[in-house]
Ligand binder design. Structure first.
Ligand code: GLN
Length: 314
């Protein structure tokens, strides 16, 4: 990066689009029937600067399932309401080294959820929210908070929600297991269903960029200029993304890219360059850990080109 000059974000994302458009690797998630049917060729990239300038290329308007990326914003809300030490104590902030829906991860890590970005920890975090607001208000409160991140009310993709709710017995089992160990803070099956609905939010790549851009901008939405999370909590959220955002392959990701990120099995990945900009990429085919193949390649390319690696010390 040349000091003082504005990087050519548009040229960099166009090149990242061209380079990986025909990347054949990966496979759509198939354990949720709805996700298996999404067109695998789709690919979109958006960068938003902390000032709110948006650059986009590809299928950036297509709405897909937010899936695990919702976990970041559920965490933001819980951190705002309860503070960072409650998150550390009641959920945790450690990498599991195991898949996002691993049962052994719970058994092997002191019967705790480990962190808010795996299914166990996300459901436990959701249960903090539902117990705080109560059943009557929880959805409208959480929905309103997500809407502030995206700058618009996000739809729940009903077909996705139904598809996932009909097949989420494994997550229900995790929720019940956590309850038995004292790490669920509300009715476990209710929290599991609530979490499933949050995962079914429809977002486009631009929505995700704005959501991530809020974290790049110290907690203030770069478009609406509204503060959504205290500045002191943003590094905590990014630290958890940096250690667990791409599941058991987060270490490899950090080694290659050097940016906090979060993936979802819908094919989205967000990545944050603190104090500078955020990137969102969408493309459905996933690697074995559940991370979009094209999105990882595009973000690595962009991070290299824009000298964004947070460990480079610039
Ligand atoms: N809703 C999905 C699940 O619970 C989310 C998983 C993900 O995106 N990694 O399995």
């Amino acid at each position: 990066r040349q000091r003082g000059s504005t990087p050519d974000y548009g040229a960099v994302i166009n090149e990242a689009y061209r380079l990986y458009k025909n990347e054949p690797g990966g496979k759509n998630a198939d354990y949720i029937p709805f996700l298996a049917k999404v067109n695998s060729d789709m690919y979109g990239i958006v960068i938003i600067t902390k000032e709110g300038k948006i650059f986009q290329v590809g299928e950036t308007k297509f709405e897909f399932g937010i899936e695990s990326i919702e976990k970041v914003f559920t965490l933001c809300m819980a951190m705002e309401l309860f503070g960072d030490s409650v998150i550390l104590q009641k959920i945790g902030a450690d990498q599991t080294g195991l898949p996002f829906n691993s049962v052994p991860a719970i058994e092997l890590n002191g019967q705790k959820p480990s962190n808010p970005l795996v299914n166990a920890g996300a459901m436990a975090t959701t249960s903090l929210l539902t117990s705080y607001f109560g059943k009557a208000d929880a959805w409208s409160k959480v929905n309103a908070y997500f809407a502030k991140f995206a700058g618009r009310e996000l739809p729940v993709l009903d077909e996705l929600y139904k598809s996932e709710a009909a097949t989420n017995q494994h997550n229900q089992a995790i929720a019940m297991l956590l309850k038995s160990y004292g790490y669920m803070y509300d009715d476990p099956l209710y929290a599991c269903d609530f979490y499933t609905k949050q995962c079914s939010y429809g977002v486009n790549t631009r929505d995700l960029a704005i959501m991530a851009g809020t974290l790049a901008n110290g907690g203030v939405n770069p478009i609406t200029k509204e503060r959504l999370i205290k500045e002191k909590y943003v590094p905590k959220v990014l630290a958890i993304m940096g250690t667990t955002g791409l599941y058991e392959t987060t270490g490899d990701w950090m080694f290659k890219v050097g940016l906090p990120g979060k993936s979802g099995v819908g094919g989205g990945i967000i990545s944050v360059v603190p104090g500078r900009f955020a990137i969102a990429v969408f493309s459905p085919p996933l690697d074995k850990a559940g991370n979009s193949v094209r999105a990882q390649e595009a973000i690595k390319y962009i991070s290299d080109k824009l000298a964004a690696n947070i460990y480079s010390g610039r």
